[in-house]
Design a protein. Sequence first.
Length: 420
Amino acid sequence: AYRKGGYHAVRIGDPFSGGRYIAQRKLGWGQFSTVWLAYDTLTSNYVALKIQKSAQQFAQAALHEIEFLSAAADGDVDNSKCVVRLIDHFKHIGPNGQHLCMVLEFLGDSLLRLIRYNRYKGLKMNKVREICRCILTGLDYLHCELGMIHSDLKPENILLCSTIDPAKDPVRSGLTPILEKPEGNANGGGSTMNLIEKKLKRRAKRAVAKISERRVSMVGEETSSKTERSLDGIDMRCKVVDFGNACWADKQFAEEIQTRQYRAPEVILKSGYSFSVDMWSFGCTAFELVTGDMLFAPKEGDGYGEDEDHLALMMELLGKMPRKIAIGGARSKDYFDRHGDLKRIRRLKYWSLDRLLIDKYKLPETEAKEFAEFVTSILEFAPEKRPTAQQCLEHPWMNVKTENDADNVDAQMNNLQIKG
Ligand code: ADP
Ligand code: MG
């Protein structure tokens, strides 16, 4: 893929944008891009540098993403709306052509990695609540203030806010050291190389010793060991990223949106969609955080396709789809007969969400029921009946006082009394 029209090959120390940004190490990649940790010599901060493939269609997609990220940044002066911040963008000319680059604030691992790190066991309820509060804050901002639909919400596209200073903590659990703060440009790095290497080695030693207790927002690689992993102390603040598929509610271009497992029923049935498709994906994501499993993982089977299986799974969990909705889409006839029954999957096995959480995931009954009520209220087949992000923020489940909170309040009261 590192050829004409493809990825731009980056080496550690490579300068970008006239030397302002210095590449440090690879953070990740997507279909269209590679993402690098880079040092911003102007602000002395670490940033994420997203370097798009050079071919025309990728450049187009990058311009699209920049449009949406810029709109999100413009309306969020305090950077408090739980959406990744676009800091800068520029063109970079390399041997494979011209690459559009986005400079984003540096964030931590995705919720998918967090779930993996936790060995797919699911997170504690109050952790999930903290995460949900961030996602909903982001969605409320995108929907109500900007009129934007994200269209690809899922654990992979929500990143924890990094509390790591990459300069002070050069070793990720993956054990890839990153470079010392560079001297302003790539050439400046050369003369200090020996010193840097020595420092790095010393730091790496110290960091290895600390790894077992290192659980900031870099959760590291999944390992095969079976020991319990505690997420205590990880700050669960996070932000919505990846605006490559975002659209304006009043200017849509794609009919098929969203990643399969997080796709709303109206998208499958092609009945038209709006902001509430993000709410559907949010409901699926919340479930996955609690259980470690995807809520809907459709597969094609003998005589039926993935779409029909998906609709069947939805109905097994949420009850029969109201007939009007089932038969109301441009694709309805492919899956439903005129009574609103699936054409090829006839016998559904109903299992309510609260029973699923209690019987399969062994959640305590009250906890399961409260959470199931929250998620079920979001996973409404009728898009207009789904609560908005703002309404979700006001839902009782979002505002449950946990034991920890109660302890904290007690502790604070004690403090006050002592001081008083
Ligand atoms: P694509 O649109 O190609 O899927 P993404 O924007 O999802 O690209 O980024 C790809 C990967 O790069 C992410 O999954 C994540 O691992 C990493 N990444 C993206 N943005 C950031 C960021 N701001 N901070 C840290 N890592 C990031
Ligand atoms: Mg992505």
